[in-house]
Design a protein around this ligand. Structure first.
Ligand code: HSE
Length: 338
């Protein structure tokens, strides 16, 4: 059996989901791949829990349930994540701190530090990638480590690995889609049950699908960040968040939704990258169009030069679902390193 040592940075919705998924999948990983994923540290804003023999994930989750800070884990230290990344021995850093689109921090520094220390990076954190994709990619290459971010776009809609690993001979010409589960859930409820935006937003927050700051969802910032990641990773466009024209869903009224309905159309927050143009805006979509998916679902239509159009649908958010992407990235790193 082989062991992969993982440092988990960020122990909120996604980080705790990672611990839950590992507990659920550990036997399968051992039986199917002969792989043991050992979490050697967990950091949050309060400090770092460290155990070279492997953190007791059940205990860590219980600590969070009861005390809401990892510093209460036995013998946890007041060490910041960045110091833990620099000083502890590990193969992979899973970076799952909240997305920050102004500075990319603290995630950006965590990722760069991990790479400089020869650690592979797996992340769900969009901000640093939307601001500094090129720098992160080059730093990973320079340090000969893998940089994987399937979870950063569309939770459990595996668009990045689909394009890179299943369609390596195709050129991706354009991508169009719904890349934010929270706003899609809100628009769906507004359309089907005529419930006001702010009430449904609260529900989305309780479901754990909204961003830490839900303005990121509502104003289209989250969709824009994901589009930038796709533009860089799949279309080879060197873009940053500032290159996106963004409009969110604030101005969508119940009246506009009703009018669209009368015309057999729905209003969706659509992101599109095409010919170096990156745009997020509410758009009318015919009811029978493949982009018309409901609830927290995300959808993306890839336009490929050989394959033509391919549409992929999946859950765009959720603590457990997003960790399908994180786990697949970790397994792929392990496969590639053998
Ligand atoms: N807030 C995001 C969404 C989470 O609703 O899609 C997943 O990136």
């Amino acid at each position: 059996m082989e062991e992969l040592k993982v440092q988990l940075v960020g122990f909120g919705v996604i980080g705790q989901g990672f611990a839950k998924v590992l507990l659920r999948k550990q036997n399968m990983l051992t039986e199917k791949y002969g792989l043991k994923i050992k979490v050697v540290s967990i950091s949050d804003i309060s400090g770092t829990a460290i155990d070279e023999k492997g953190i007791d994930l059940k205990k860590a989750l219980k600590v969070m349930e009861e005390k809401r800070a990892i510093i209460h884990y036995p013998n946890a230290k007041e060490i910041k994540a960045i110091e833990a990344i620099e000083s502890l021995d590990a193969d992979v850093v899973v970076e799952a701190t909240p997305s920050n689109i102004k500075t990319g921090e603290p995630g950006l520094s965590h990722m760069l530090k991990a790479m400089e220390n020869g650690k592979h990076v797996v992340t769900s954190n969009k901000g640093p990638l939307a601001l500094k994709f090129k720098e992160l990619k080059e730093t990973a290459e320079k340090n000969n480590v893998e940089f994987r971010f399937e979870a950063s776009v569309g939770g459990a809609m595996p668009i990045i690995n689909l394009a890179r690993e299943t369609l390596p001979g195709d050129k991706i010409l354009a991508i169009q889609g719904i890349l934010n589960g929270t706003t899609n859930y809100i628009l769906t409820r507004m359309t089907k049950e005529e419930i006001p935006l702010d009430i449904v937003l609260k529900e989305a927050q309780e479901m754990g699908i909204a961003e830490t700051d839900p303005i990121y969802d509502i104003e289209g910032i989250d969709t824009a960040s994901k589009l930038v990641i796709l533009a860089n990773a799949l279309l080879g466009i060197n873009a940053t968040y500032k290159d996106v024209k963004v409009e969110g869903i604030r101005r969508i009224t119940p009246e506009a939704i009703r009018l669209a309905k009368k015309d057999n159309q729905v209003i969706k927050l659509i992101g599109e990258v095409r010919n170096s143009k990156i745009e997020v805006a509410p758009r009318l979509v015919p009811e029978n169009h493949p982009l018309n998916v409901d609830g927290v679902l995300n959808v993306a239509m890839l336009e490929c030069d050989i394959a033509g159009k391919i549409t992929i649908i999946g859950k765009g958010a959720g603590a457990i679902e997003t960790n399908s992407a994180i786990l697949s990235d970790i397994i792929n790193i392990w496969r590639n390193c053998r």
